[in-house]
Design a protein around this ligand. Structure first.
Ligand code: EPZ
Length: 417
């Protein structure tokens, strides 16, 4: 396993380009199961989670051709309708093949994901919706066994906003009989991007980006060409890196329109953020003001930016309260940040952070994707050497992050553990 070693504090200066969105790519690659000819996707990020999804699609029988960040995929000859436990346990988003397999091939056998570091993350809402659409679902031996001759349109209310739940059912409904209505649907930009891709394939989806989505089923979908949108969470992570290190960074391919609450909060801390012809210039100054954060489904403050914001509040002036409303256990980074001298107290869903002038480098351990990002951020701004182990968590969602940060002047390197 690799380790990342950072020597701080170091001011970040220069230009960085954001890669394609992990959380848009995962459902879009799964949507390729809905048609039987070659689709082409540009700006596909090279990430561990994308490699897992490719392995799953190859197992199912997809053919994949890659050239850099361009990926061609065709699912003409299916070998298996099963998403095995070995793959699903490493990435919960594997459940995104459930809707497409069922609606196109009438059957699917998908392993239940099992536990996750940040919370139970069940699939009950995905299954509730498919059942309402007429699927026969049995849970046997840790697998979801489901079949349906033809899914039927239904009216579905998600009592919790679920991103992949909304995406799974949008894909299932695209080839169903009749109209499906999703109420309290997730409004994330990645849901909007998937709806755009499905509509380009011939689907009839309206309302993506709102909490009320209608999908009118069609008989078949055609392959397409599409460029994946930039990753808003990677962009947000670099914005915080610039702010925390009092740097001056130009972020290219920055989807600022999908980061409104983060930008609002970062401006409250005193970070300067200016959109300059397609790029965003972020510069921090000496004093970071503390702010309070409550994570919520989009357009609220993104839970995927909570850990990174906590690292920043660790060196802010004053007290801040961060409330995690989406996942029940997304504070795994707190104990590691405290090893670096952060003053953080957890009370239920709240973390109370008393900012310190400087954190100190220390050996720390990554526990989940965004927790590892917060440790990198803390290491960039801390005094001394920070060694982060288990960086495979980081590789799930950040493409070449140490190269990108070194390009901005960070003293960072990856070593074999
Ligand atoms: C997506 O996960 C993202 N992953 C997550 O990003 C992100 O944190 C999350 O949405 C919230 O924004 C992808 O898009 C691949 P949910 P997802 O279903 O869809 C509960 C990252 O760092 N729930 O919106 O799995 C669930 O337990 C990852 O890139 C049910 O109770 O999240 C959670 O508390 C981490 N039953 C809440 O809803 C269900 O059937 C939101 O989960 C489904 C979800």
């Amino acid at each position: 396993m690799d380790k990342i070693i950072i020597e701080g504090p170091n001011r970040l200066v220069g230009e960085v380009t954001i890669s394609g969105s992990k959380n848009a790519t995962l459902p879009i690659l799964s949507a390729a199961l809905l048609t039987n000819d070659w689709s082409t996707f540009y700006n596909v990020p090279k990430l561990r989670d994308i490699a897992t999804m490719k392995a799953l699609l190859l197992h199912i029988g997809a053919e994949i051709q890659e050239d850099g960040n361009t990926l061609k995929i065709r699912t003409k000859n299916i070998k298996s309708l099963e998403a095995p436990y070995e793959l699903v346990k490493t990435m919960r988003a594997s459940s995104l093949v459930l809707g497409p397999l069922l609606t196109r091939f009438k059957r699917a056998k998908v392993s239940l994901p099992g536990g996750c570091a940040i919370g139970a993350r069940p699939l009950n809402l995905h299954l509730m919706a498919l059942e309402k659409m007429g699927a026969d679902i049995k849970i046997e031996g840790g697998y979801i066994n489901t079949k349906a001759d033809k899914l039927k349109g239904a009216r579905i209310y998600f009592d919790i906003s679920t991103v992949t739940g909304t995406e799974n059912i949008m894909m299932a409904a695209a080839l169903a009989d009749g109209v499906t209505v999703l109420e309290n649907a997730a409004q994330e930009p990645e849901v909007v991007e998937l709806a755009e891709v499905l509509n380009k394939m011939g689907a009839r989806i309206k309302g993506a980006g709102t909490d009320y989505i209608t999908i009118e089923g069609v008989d078949s979908l055609r392959p397409i060409t599409h460029t994946i949108m930039p990753d808003r969470i990677e962009a947000g992570t670099f914005m915080i890196a610039a702010g925390m290190t009092k740097g001056d960074v130009i972020i290219k391919n920055c989807p600022i329109q999908n980061l409104e609450t983060l930008v609002m909060k970062l401006k409250e801390t005193g970070v300067e953020i200016k959109a300059e012809n397609g790029s965003v210039r972020v510069s921090g100054d000496a004093h970071i003001r503390s702010v309070d954060i409550k994570t919520l489904p989009y357009p609220g403050f993104p839970t995927d930016m909570q850990a990174q914001m906590m690292a920043m509040m660790g060196i802010a002036n004053g007290l801040s309260v961060i409330t995690e409303n989406v996942f029940e256990n997304r504070f795994m980074h707190v104990s590691e940040l405290k090893r670096m001298g952060a003053d953080i107290k957890i009370e239920g869903r709240n973390a109370i952070i008393k900012g310190r002038p400087l954190l100190s480098g220390a050996p720390v351990m990554a526990t989940d994707l965004r927790a590892s990002a917060s440790l990198v951020l803390a290491g960039l701004a801390a005094g001394g050497i920070t060694e982060i182990s288990r960086v495979y968590h980081l590789d799930r969602g950040y493409e070449r992050i140490e190269e990108k940060l070194a390009g901005l002047g960070a003293k960072i390197k990856r070593v074999k553990e």
